[in-house]
Design a protein around this ligand. Structure first.
Ligand code: 3PY
Ligand code: MG
Length: 260
């Protein structure tokens, strides 16, 4: 399948609420990306906010994933402005933007990620065009549909503004950061506040009511399964480092026994 067909398929499926399993990548090496894309994950989510990805790593990682026909989403740092457009110029299938707390934050995200009339993205998809094989006019015509703008909901303030954020045209869906949400709801006390669970139900229900999808970071398969039941469809299922560590420990335990 061609690169635009893959991206359009993923964008349509996500907008339609299909289950999509991505995973956070923190290791910036393209050979690590190569290993991750050979799994059954639907896509990868490169982490520039907390992971070690810089722009060069995003560029080479998107190319490594494209060789396997897999799309890449990228999480930029907070308030990164024009970098958000740049990630789409690099061929990202979408951005998952952290700490979108207000309707103005959501409008800014749309401004950087959508061409007019929806937003104000500046023209220059230097890497996305050769990767996609699209002509420049075709890329311009298709880009707003091919790429996704996803707003992270991870504070009490964002929960308060959820309906307004979801109503911004050009925002495709929301994505909960359960750790930050717990930090916010507990006043900085804990990473696993029980107050997060009713908030999850609320986010999934409001997203569904707005005709948009809800995503979340799931630190374990059990957490993801529970969130599917709550109405979430887009997952960052664990992360490369966790897969590596857990698989290594499981292999050692299988040889030496659990106490070894
Ligand atoms: C959070 O849980 O706060 C996240 O951003 C997920 O990585
Ligand atoms: Mg977070």
């Amino acid at each position: 399948m061609t690169f635009p067909a893959v991206h359009q398929g993923v964008a349509d499926a996500l907008r339609g609420g299909a289950l999509h399993l991505s995973s956070f990548c923190q290791f910036p090496d393209a050979t690590m990306v190569e290993a991750m894309v050979k799994t059954r994950l639907d896509s990868l989510l490169f982490d520039m906010q907390h992971g070690m990805f810089d722009e060069a790593a995003v560029l080479s990682g998107i190319a490594a994933a494209a060789l396997e026909g897999k799309p890449v989403f990228v999480r930029p740092p907070v308030d990164c402005g024009g970098l958000t457009s740049r990630l789409l110029d690099f061929g990202a299938a979408g951005v998952v933007c952290p700490m979108v707390n207000t309707v103005e934050d959501a409008r800014r995200l749309v401004g950087y990620t959508r061409f007019p009339p929806v937003g104000a993205r500046s023209w220059g998809p230097r890497r996305a065009i050769p990767l996609s094989g699209l002509s420049a006019p075709d890329y311009l015509a298709q880009a707003n549909g091919l790429t996704l703008a996803i707003a992270m909901i991870e504070t009490r303030q964002a929960l308060g503004n959820l309906d307004e954020i979801l109503a911004v045209p050009g925002i495709d869906g929301v994505f909960v950061g359960p750790n930050d949400l717990s930090v916010s709801l507990s006043g900085g006390q804990v990473l696993d506040s029980p107050d997060v669970f009713p908030a999850l139900d609320h986010v999934a229900a409001r997203a569904r009511a707005a005709g948009k999808f809800a995503g979340i970071f799931a630190a374990s398969p059990a957490y993801a399964t529970d969130c599917i039941r709550r109405g979430f469809s887009f997952f960052a299922l664990m992360q490369d480092a966790a897969f590596l560590t857990q698989a290594a420990d499981a292999a050692v335990a299988a040889v030496r026994g659990p106490a070894g």
